[in-house]
Design a protein around this ligand. Sequence first.
Ligand SMILES: Nc1ncnc2c1ncn2[C@@H]1O[C@H](COP(=O)(O)OS(=O)(=O)O)[C@@H](OP(=O)(O)O)[C@H]1O
Ligand SMILES: Nc1ncnc2c1ncn2[C@@H]1O[C@H](COP(=O)(O)OP(=O)(O)O)[C@@H](O)[C@H]1O
Length: 219
Amino acid sequence: MSTIGNSMNIFWQESPIGKLERQKLLNQKGCVVWITGLSGSGKSTLACSLSNELYARGKLSYILDGDNLRHGLNKDLGFKAEDRTENIRRVGEVAKLFADAGLICIASLISPYRKDRDACRAMLPDSNFIEASLFLNGSHLDYVFMNMPLALCEERDPKGLYKLARAGKIKGFTGIDDPYDLPLNCEIEINQKDGVCPMPSAMAGEVVTYLEDKGYLQD
Ligand SMILES: Nc1ncnc2c1ncn2[C@@H]1O[C@H](COP(=O)(O)OS(=O)(=O)O)[C@@H](OP(=O)(O)O)[C@H]1O
Ligand SMILES: Nc1ncnc2c1ncn2[C@@H]1O[C@H](COP(=O)(O)OP(=O)(O)O)[C@@H](O)[C@H]1O
């Protein structure tokens, strides 16, 4: 019996089929690939390309896209700091469930605050001791940082939001008048090469190679 958050007298219910059985069924390891970066940096593009690439290899993934989740689960949240924190916390919890289900969960959110990203990583510890030896950082969450210059994101501006933010019509826009804390410990960083952004398939390929090397693409 325990007290968690605001709930009292609650018990953990075990289920007969666990993560290991599900992973065997799917021949992959449940994990979270969390893509962070400015609006317009290419998070959704990478998420879709990665999902396609994994599908072609017979691997089951699911995309948690910040924009989409704000249409449902997170429709009560805005963009002030505490709402963004709650947004990331909720998506971290959902991602944890997907990883436990055995899926390769691809989360694509700006996730601008370092403390919230650190909290998500802490939420997904590698609890299985035998498995743990396979993973260097002991976490089933890996960050991909879309390190694209603000000027490029602003030039792309596919939704016209930077223009509105610059005109003062959107307040607290990430990169303009709300901070983006640069990641200090991301597993993968995607950069421009000679001023050119890699093709989506090349970005996805880099992540797939990483997942392969870490042993996620087999049970
Ligand atoms: N103020 C402000 N700041 C940043 N972004 C804004 C804002 N208002 C609306 N949008 C749109 O919301 C998308 C980001 O949602 P997220 O859930 O990923 O944001 S966060 O992680 O909670 O910061 C983001 O989508 P992406 O462009 O896909 O990143 C924007 O289209
Ligand atoms: N690797 C890339 N090369 C060229 N254009 C890209 C690349 N990645 C994204 N884009 C373009 O940049 C814009 C923003 O990409 P998007 O994936 O929607 O970013 P985010 O999800 O971070 O807001 C889109 O118009 C997209 O087509």
